[in-house]
Design a protein around this ligand. Sequence first.
Ligand SMILES: Cc1ncc(COP(=O)(O)O)c(C=O)c1O
Length: 342
Amino acid sequence: MVDPKSIDFYSLGFNFIETNTMFVANHKNGKWDEGELVPFGKFEISPASCVLNYGQGIFEGMKALRGKNGEITLFRPEENGKRFNFSARRMLMPEYNSEKFIDAVKKVIKANEEFIPPYDSGGALYIRPILFGYGPILGVHSAEEFKLIIFTVPVGPYFPEGFKGIDLEISKLYTRAAPGGTGSAKTICNYAGTMLPAKEAKTRGFAQIIYLDAVHMEYIEEVGAANFFAMINDKLVTPRKTGTILEGITRESILELASKKLGLEVEERDISYKELYDESCTEAFCSGTAAVITPIASVALNGQVRILNNREPGEITIKLYELLTGIQRVEIEDEFGWIIKV
Ligand SMILES: Cc1ncc(COP(=O)(O)O)c(C=O)c1O
């Protein structure tokens, strides 16, 4: 058992730290068992399991926050439940009832309550649901037994040094997803392939890669594990859903906040990377549960660098960041019904 008192919640990053309890449910003979809370720990798995051999696995990522008055909240968990089932269907795995999913998430949070970073630390309890083909197989087909696990990790604020822009490299070498593939599912397969490109970009001094579409190598898809936004000709634009991008819950929320709260014109469309080099592009940022809203300071391709807004977070980026985090931290009224109390 880890003593939560041994954790310095004020210096957390985004790294694995063990918490005490996880939720486990098993799917056998065509049905889910009740599932239960158990101590966090290892379990046995067959070397012939489908997930180890063929990558039949999916995950989700969400955060529980502690509010000023001590309340614990979740942001749109039903959307994570829906996406979890979308991903499960794509990977030929059984769905998990969405109400039971939220219920299990709440149970794990409550069981690990002492690991939720305090309000003034800016941190969160990151929640990681995973589902995978557990049973042994040999040919390329689905496992017959599946395991769902939900564990938690205390994480620090995304911006320990403040809200600063990142430098990104546009890749003409690597792609993340192709039409007809699994890009819009949160399957583990999509992530292993992005580790080498990300590492190479880091050695060149970039925080992450901007992936382009696999067909034309022209249209922006995503930034590592975050969605992309830019202000172009005074409109907020983001890549349209082509089946190759992960349809972020933060992305969806930002589109709504931009149009309903800021009165901005928003567009989901193909965005050529070349548009980022034009003066009409005034600011850009990326979004996600982990990234929240991260300003983009510059983009580069083959040594051609475009600095955005003097490397400062743009006006719209700041406004959206304040709105989104204000709602998430229960400091601004939640008129959209996005916040769930745990
Ligand atoms: C590839 C990818 N794109 C975008 C996102 C952002 O999605 P969300 O806002 O739901 O966290 C994530 C993170 O979940 C991701 O892994």
